[in-house]
Design a binder for this molecule. Structure first.
Ligand SMILES: Nc1ncnc2c1ncn2[C@@H]1O[C@H](COP(=O)(O)OP(=O)(O)OP(=O)(O)O)[C@@H](O)[C@H]1O
Ligand SMILES: [Mg+2]
Length: 253
């Protein structure tokens, strides 16, 4: 920060709010539609299933969608206001989304406004004690992604990609930014795979990160979206449970 610049006091509040959170895992990929939301929401359920105290924060503020996976009716559930916002518990997950307030209406925010909303959400939500806080991020290397790695101390991103060259080229950019920012990814998940062979092995070797999950394309996943009971019975979810165990092992949680 330049000489004479005033630090936003919310940054101090954010670190206070995160004091009881053992690990923050943003789920990231610059490429859209690779499965970040489905994986972040399912991972949160998997950690809860493993008896961990878990939170899920949807930071895709202009297009929040984790609630759709979890089957949350936004008009029926609200955080409790108590010198901050206490997120409701959904299937064992403390779940926070701006959708509680926008209720499915579009939020056409520009860069500076998005940064404000993110700072406000990070500074206002009371997570108390958590083993893990998962953050669903939007596609792109934009405000949400840059804000998370600069406002949260020691984030451990989980990077999601498909096997497509288009997605792989974009995660290389993210890996470069993380390396420059000295942020250590927890690992990479190759999602919607249709072949036994990993398409990302060379890339992850070059950046010293590990592939910690390979999730096959599941043509039946759509019917489970919005119904947690069905979601938990899918082969997709059993792969997510394996992924959750690897994350817990890596974080020693
Ligand atoms: N393993 C899978 N098998 C089949 N379909 C999948 C799988 N993973 C994700 N999908 C589907 O791919 C689509 C995109 O998933 P999702 O919305 O989670 O991606 P995203 O990366 O969060 O997208 P965005 O970048 O727009 O936020 C959804 O329809 C989802 O159900
Ligand atoms: Mg998404």
């Amino acid at each position: 920060m330049g000489k004479g610049a005033i630090m936003d006091p919310r940054l101090l509040i954010i670190s206070k709010r995160m004091e009881g959170v053992k690990a923050v895992v943003p789920v990231m990929s610059p490429k859209g539609g690779v499965g970040k939301t489905l994986i972040a929401s399912s991972l949160a359920l998997a950690f809860a299933e493993r008896g961990r105290r878990v939170g899920l924060l949807d930071l895709d503020v202009t297009n929040a969608s984790s609630h759709i996976v979890l089957g949350v009716r936004l008009s029926e559930l609200k955080p409790i206001e108590e010198k901050g916002l206490v997120p409701p518990l959904v299937n064992g997950v403390k779940f926070m989304t701006i959708g509680y307030y926008s209720c499915g209406n579009p939020l056409p925010l520009r860069g500076g406004d998005i940064d404000e909303v993110i700072k406000e959400m990070l500074a206002t939500v009371i997570w108390s004690q958590l083993d893990l806080l998962l953050i669903d991020t939007p596609p792109g290397i934009s405000d949400e992604v840059l804000d998370v790695i600069s406002y949260v101390s020691e984030p451990r991103p989980l990077i999601v990609t498909t096997s497509s060259k288009l997605s792989i080229a974009s995660i290389e950019k993210l890996l470069k930014i993380l390396t420059e920012s000295r942020v250590k990814a927890i690992g990479v998940v190759e999602n919607m795979v249709v072949s036994e062979e990993s398409a990302i092995k060379d890339l992850v070797d070059r950046y010293g990160v590990e592939v910690i999950g390979r999730i096959p394309y599941d043509p039946f996943i759509e019917r489970s979206i919005g119904d947690v009971r069905i979601l938990k019975s899918t082969s997709f979810f059993s792969k997510v449970m394996n992924l959750a165990d690897k994350v817990l092992m890596r974080l020693s949680l």
